[in-house]
Design a protein around this ligand. Structure first.
Ligand code: AHR
Length: 333
């Protein structure tokens, strides 16, 4: 579906650019053919984009930043990429600096869901299109142009379905949560809880935040093992990095990850496939970070006042141990 969405958004622009190249007038956003004068459309090398990234907490995030950076380089786009080091205040400052620079489009992956109304209203006031890339924000829909990113609630449902299958619907689970108040932490948690209602034999013993960081996942899993010991049957790690940390903690505790304790996580990074091949991770739910091409195709459409969908969702799968070796060579992150 990512290809389909890219095709759709790219197609609109491609048609318009062809018309412009032929000296014909371009369709307006309303779809009506416009004035007798050709409209001068921006092209990729004319775009100036500011992107307020969260940081580098996980392999997923590193792949996401790389995708944005390399796509900008390939298309000749001027990109101001800021790294907020997990601080919302830094993201807000970056957005204000993009407004002051007068960039064509602003992108942000909001580290947490709330606290954005004021700065997003400033972006709107400046007339700059705003793309929420990856994470969503809890703001009125008119404060941003489009969100490009995964359905986190569905990811949580899928993770629960996998654990229920692995545990035959019976057992005690611990949850390693991502950054508190972030859209993936809240969405995945909600989807997981919703699906658990259909499995009365499964219950959550405890939840701890590992902040989407591998070392924190290990630390929290070690503490959970100290408290709950051999009564843990399954782990739901809200990302692969924390699952990889949990695997280390389980081994150090003297149990076999993937066998004594079933583990399901989210992202589908290469290291998760290696862990599945080694039999230590049972399943991973895909969350695609390779959003750079879709981000800039959408930015170009917005900069040219062309219509875009409000929520563009990548197409994502579920991967298990039995296909991990076959899939690994195809993984791009
Ligand atoms: O927002 C996406 C999440 O953020 C990914 O699952 C996680 O790995 C990342 O840090």
């Amino acid at each position: 579906m990512i290809a389909r969405a890219l095709y759709r958004s790219g197609l609109v622009l491609a048609i318009v650019l062809t018309l412009a190249a032929c000296g014909e007038s371009a369709p307006r956003a309303s779809g009506a053919l416009s004035t007798p004068h050709a409209v001068k459309l921006k092209t990729y090398p004319e775009l100036v984009v500011g992107f307020a990234q969260i940081g580098a907490e996980s392999e997923w995030r590193t792949a996401n930043t790389r995708s944005i950076q390399t796509t900008a380089d390939q298309l000749g786009i001027e990109l101001d990429l800021s790294d907020a080091q997990q601080q919302q205040a830094n993201q807000i400052n970056a957005i204000r600096s993009f407004i002051a620079q007068g960039v064509d489009v602003i992108g942000v992956s909001p580290v947490v869901e709330t606290g954005w109304d004021e700065v997003f209203a400033e972006v709107k006031q400046a007339g700059i299109p705003l793309i929420l890339l990856d994470r969503s924000a809890n703001v009125p829909a008119e404060l941003y142009s489009v969100r490009i990113g995964s359905d986190f609630v569905e990811e949580g449902r899928r993770a629960c379905g996998e654990l229920a299958r692995l545990l035959d619907g019976q057992g005690s689970i611990v949850v390693l949560e991502g950054t508190q108040g972030s859209a993936p932490m809240l969405g995945r948690g909600a989807g997981f809880q919703e699906c658990l209602q259909t499995y009365p034999g499964l219950h959550v013993l405890a939840s701890q935040s590992g902040d989407f960081i591998r070392a924190r996942g290990k630390e929290e899993m070690a503490a959970l093992l100290q408290t709950h010991g051999n009564s843990i049957d399954g782990v739901f790690a809200q990302n692969d990095d924390m699952a990889l940390g949990a695997i280390e903690a389980i081994e150090e505790y003297g149990l076999r990850p993937g066998i004594d304790i079933k583990i399901v996580s989210i992202d589908a990074v290469r290291a998760a496939f290696e862990a599945m091949i080694a039999g230590k991770l049972n399943a991973t739910i895909e969350c695609n970070p390779l959003l750079g091409p879709l981000f800039f195709a959408t930015a170009l459409n917005l900069a040219n006042d062309l219509p875009v969908e409000k929520w563009i969702k990548p197409d994502e799968g579920v991967y298990r141990q039995d296909t991990a070796a076959q899939e690994l060579p195809n993984r791009l992150y």
